[in-house]
Design a binder for this molecule. Structure first.
Ligand code: BGC
Length: 341
């Protein structure tokens, strides 16, 4: 081969190698990326805000995003959905774990495969999730405890004499980190006042169970003074149970004070009717929006560095905030009427 031919072959090889490197090494564009948010369930209106926030952010960033969860909260079904998203090669997954321990292994596996994982709404602190986005649940529980103290007029033990108030806390699924933290925060806040607590009850994120545990509590404790409902199923379970007991003459109106969680339309109605005293509003749209924002950021980081670079402990929690909703605040939590309504 003469020198010219050798040079041409070398040039051709170089061009092929360079083009190959460019094509293979090219990161995915945002519009080629797919993200998924996996709530505890999709069958409850609480999650609508998260879905809307997710969709708006995905549209703005030009990424694909799906909202996939079990119809009703189920630890096993949630794991199956996450497994299938991993198999389908999603670029990032946001999870609100029904059970914080049960998801640790699968989150670790996703991260090892280069799939970004964040938690939203409820955390799994001991997992390898990159950040948690949602309410500071312990602090929200403390706020709820202080609201109950005000409603009942509870006093520090030393000034209370013989008077005590009895409060029933109702959780959701026993393995849910967010609800357990709310329950613990509430207990911390009422620890030094004349409030005693009945044994914790759980509605397991089920509306029938939510009504049943409320009725059981009212019947078991004729002297009950308050309910703290740690999830969105709690208020709509407790309120009809109280109304029925009032109808039967078993309770006086306002004899039991109620601090609820969330601002679904049924909860807002019960506040206006005066059966629920107040509730804590969570920023669900923000949770959906920020989940997509951070998943995209981490997925791009993985493409650049070949690994995730999560923030250190203490900076890995993005607090979306809560607000107290009393009867006078209800109108601002009603959806804006749409054109033609
Ligand atoms: C919680 C969710 C829960 C929902 C429905 C909300 O307060 O943040 O984790 O699934 O209530 O019960």
């Amino acid at each position: 081969m003469n020198k010219v031919v050798v040079r041409l072959v070398a040039l051709a090889v170089a061009v092929v190698v360079i083009v190959g490197l460019v094509v293979l090494g090219r990161g995915k564009e945002p519009q080629e990326m797919r993200f998924a948010l996996v709530p505890k369930s999709v069958g409850h209106t609480y999650w609508e805000g998260v879905r809307q926030g997710m969709e708006a952010e995905a549209r703005q960033r030009g990424v694909k995003a799906v909202f996939q969860g079990p119809p009703e909260a189920s630890v096993e079904q949630q794991l199956k959905i996450i497994e299938s998203l991993i198999t389908q090669g999603y670029d990032g997954i946001g999870i609100s774990p029904s059970d914080s321990k049960a998801v640790e292994e699968i989150i670790g596996r996703a991260i090892n495969k280069g799939i970004a994982v964040v938690t939203f709404d409820s955390d799994s602190k001991d997992s390898r999730r990159l950040v948690y986005i949602g309410t500071d649940n312990r602090e929200a529980g403390r706020i709820a405890g202080r609201l109950m103290i005000d409603l009942l007029g509870a006093k520090p033990q030393a000034q209370a004499g013989d008077e005590t108030f009895l409060v029933q806390i109702i959780g959701g699924q026993p393995g849910a980190e967010n609800l357990n933290e709310r329950m613990e925060g509430f207990k911390e806040a009422v620890a030094d006042v004349n409030i005693s607590l009945a044994d914790d009850l759980y509605n397991e994120e089920n509306p029938d169970k939510a009504l049943q545990v409320a009725e059981n509590a009212i019947n078991a404790h004729p002297d009950l003074d308050g309910f703290f409902c740690a999830n969105a199923f709690g208020g709509p379970g407790v309120a009809p149970a109280i109304e029925d007991a009032i109808g039967r003459g078993q309770l006086e109106p306002h004899q039991i004070r109620v601090v609820a969680f969330d601002t679904t339309p049924d909860i807002l109605n019960y506040i206006e009717e005066g059966v629920i005293d107040c509730t804590l509003a969570q920023q669900t749209q923000r949770m959906g929006k920020l989940s997509i924002e951070h998943l995209l950021r981490f997925a791009q980081q993985y493409q650049e560095l070949g690994r995730f670079n999560p923030p250190p402990e203490g900076e890995d929690v993005i607090d979306t905030g809560v607000a107290v909703v009393r009867p006078e605040d209800v109108p601002q939590y009603r959806p804006e009427p749409k054109e033609g309504d």
